[in-house]
Design a binder for this molecule. Structure first.
Ligand SMILES: [Zn+2]
Length: 175
């Protein structure tokens, strides 16, 4: 894996600066692919597409953030120069509860594609707590169950190559 520069972005709501690390190259050596479709690859880390601002704590799509500039990947808070950029914290994925709140908001006027992606991200977030204990029983809260039921409706009319995904979702709801 060869890291690229740190991409500095501005929160789509308040303008606070955050960063994510880009990659020049990576690979899937040592990667794990889970039955919910999430892949965790140490040498190919994924940048979360939906994030929570560290300053205003509102959530937004990374694609909606303004790209402010870049810093070398090895830069730190001790570096001189672009001090406000070097102080910017790494982007963070929201907690599960914030995904459900975003789904409620988007359900009214968002695109079907964004809504489906948010539902999948909420599903992955719920499962993250169980990835290190694969034999643990996954507890579905009422919000998680509702999300899974709505996700199955989202997936149903999609292309046939999502058939496996739908089977997994329906099996989870059955339990
Ligand atoms: Zn903000």
């Amino acid at each position: 894996m060869i890291p690229g520069p740190k991409q500095i972005i501005a929160c789509a709501h308040c303008g606070a600066l955050e960063y994510y690390t880009t990659l020049r190259s990576g690979n899937t050596f040592g990667a794990k692919l889970y039955s919910d479709g999430k892949q965790i690859a140490p040498m190919l880390p994924q940048t979360p597409p939906y994030i929570e601002c560290h300053a205003c704590h509102k959530t937004y799509w990374l694609k909606d953030a303004a790209k402010v500039g870049t810093l070398p990947w090895s830069s730190s808070r001790d570096d001189k120069g672009e001090s406000s950029w070097a102080e910017a914290p790494r982007i963070q994925s929201p907690c599960e509860k914030k995904f459900y709140e975003a789904i409620e908001r988007l359900g009214a006027d968002g695109s079907a594609k964004d809504l489906r992606q948010l539902r999948i991200l909420a599903w992955h977030k719920r499962n993250d707590a169980y990835r290190k204990a694969p034999k643990a029983h996954v507890n579905l809260t009422p919000l998680a169950r509702k999300n899974m039921e709505n996700l199955s409706v989202c997936v149903w009319p999609a292309r046939s190559d999502n058939g496996c995904e739908l089977v997994v979702i329906l099996k989870v709801i059955e339990k």
